[in-house]
Design a protein around this ligand. Structure first.
Ligand SMILES: Cc1cc2nc3c(=O)[nH]c(=O)nc-3n(C[C@H](O)[C@H](O)[C@H](O)COP(=O)(O)OP(=O)(O)OC[C@H]3O[C@@H](n4cnc5c(N)ncnc54)[C@H](O)[C@@H]3O)c2cc1C
Length: 377
């Protein structure tokens, strides 16, 4: 029998829904409390490296992602004119290629349908307002005034986690000085893998999303003030792309016409020190380790957290021992991703200012860190 009978997961994002499925597979009753009244996931894509697919496979959801996404090999790295100079990515794992591109909305639907099929109860428009967190259980008071006892609470409520602040006090993610601009397009036939173009002071990615669609990400340095008024998004994104003469980038840039289609986001990082739990409350995913997307690994880590936590709870060992083992299996791996992603960002910004230290090589670091993600979890 599992270590716990009934778990509350706070947050119905990628990590929370994955936790719902994984815990139900372990025979545990699960409620999810999601702050938003309805799921409203933006329509650009996400990179799923092979380790994310391996974790989703243990939830029975990898095939749906492959069928509704677009598997591809290593990401080709190019100069702004399109000259290819390297390829990077995690290793293929079993039947999984290094990457799968997928629409965030489709991924969310797959996870949500999976959670429903496994009997997870999703309660929308709801959060936690407080909890009495003891060694033997946790009594939760919800924002609607209702209360309920649980054996364990899992905070999967993202980078601005309420559960984290109830556990450890307020913590603020750090803005790294860069922002990402994203836009979705029809996919040209020539796009058969992911591409990254290393510009003079920006970086552009073209990533397959479905068989017919792709998205662009554009990484830029926005200094101290990353807030950009909506009416400036379109001209500024187009101006940042002027440097690129690679045909695929030029074709895409011409199709950026709808300001509403631009998803702009300043990048923030946060790594909580170990342990990520107290008594019967634990945080996972971005709540514990919000990484910037330089390695495309944030969501993968959230899914892996969910899989490992459920696997350990399934053993029936005492909760304190389970959570200790959870930290032993998760902390160094997540720290490696967060820290290497931050280093990539620092080096990119120094390179863009012409001050890259000798021996620092952005492409090599992405390659090395990605290569380590095939290790067992
Ligand atoms: C620009 C960008 C690009 C990225 N690209 C990639 C990529 O290509 N590949 C990859 O693997 N990762 C990528 N990531 C990272 C990835 O999006 C995150 O790591 C991932 O979404 C984390 O999942 P999560 O479930 O922890 O948090 P989230 O996905 O943020 O989910 C949190 C959920 O909790 C809910 N919530 C929030 N507060 C509360 C509350 N108080 N009570 C209840 N519910 C609450 C939210 O509504 C949401 O549903 C990217 C991130 C960024 C910023």
């Amino acid at each position: 029998m599992a270590s716990v009978n009934k778990v509350l997961v706070v947050g119905g994002g990628i990590g929370g829904l994955s936790a719902g499925v994984a815990l139900r597979q372990a025979g545990i009753e699960v409620d999810i409390a999601e702050l938003h009244p309805a799921f409203d996931v933006y329509g650009v894509g996400i990179i799923q490296p092979s380790n994310a697919l391996r974790a989703l496979d243990s939830l029975g959801l990898a095939d749906a992602c492959l069928e509704q996404g677009s598997p591809y090999g290593p990401i080709d790295l190019h100069a702004p004119n399109g000259h290819k100079f390297a390829s990077v990515g995690p290793p293929p794992l079993g039947r999984f290629q290094p990457h799968n591109g997928i629409s965030r909305r489709i991924l969310h639907t797959i996870l949500h349908d999976g959670a429903q099929a496994h009997g997870v109860k999703c309660r929308m428009n709801l959060s936690v307002s407080s909890f009495d967190n003891r060694e033997d259980g946790v009594d939760v008071t919800f924002t609607d005034g209702s209360t309920a006892p649980y054996d364990l609470v899992v905070g999967a409520d993202g980078v601005n986690s309420k559960v984290r602040s109830l556990l450890f006090g307020p913590q603020k993610a750090r803005y790294v000085g860069q922002s990402v601009w994203r836009y979705a397009f029809d996919r040209p036939a020539e796009l058969t893998t992911g591409h990254m173009y290393m510009g003079r002071n920006t970086r552009v990615g073209l990533i397959p999303m479905t068989k017919d669609r792709m998205y662009m990400f554009l990484l830029s340095s926005e200094g101290e003030n990353p807030v950009i008024p909506t009416e400036q998004l379109l001209p500024r994104m187009k101006a940042l792309l002027v440097d690129y003469s690679a045909p695929l980038v030029r074709q895409a840039a011409e199709q950026i016409t709808d300001p509403e289609g631009i998803i702009y986001r300043p990048l923030e990082t946060l790594l909580m020190p170990a342990p990520w739990y107290k008594n019967r409350v634990v945080i996972i995913g971005d709540a514990a380790h919000a990484t910037i997307p330089q390695l495309g690994q944030g969501a993968s880590l959230a899914i892996e957290d969910a899989v490992v936590l459920a696997e350990l709870l399934r053993t029936g060992e005492p909760v304190a021992a389970v959570l200790e083992q959870f930290m032993a299996r998760r902390f160094e791996r997540c720290k490696m991703v967060v820290e290497n992603s931050n280093t990539v960002s620092e080096w990119e910004q120094l390179e863009w200012q012409g001050r890259l230290p000798e021996g620092a090589n952005v492409a090599a670091l992405i390659g090395q860190a990605s290569g380590r993600m095939g290790a067992p979890i």
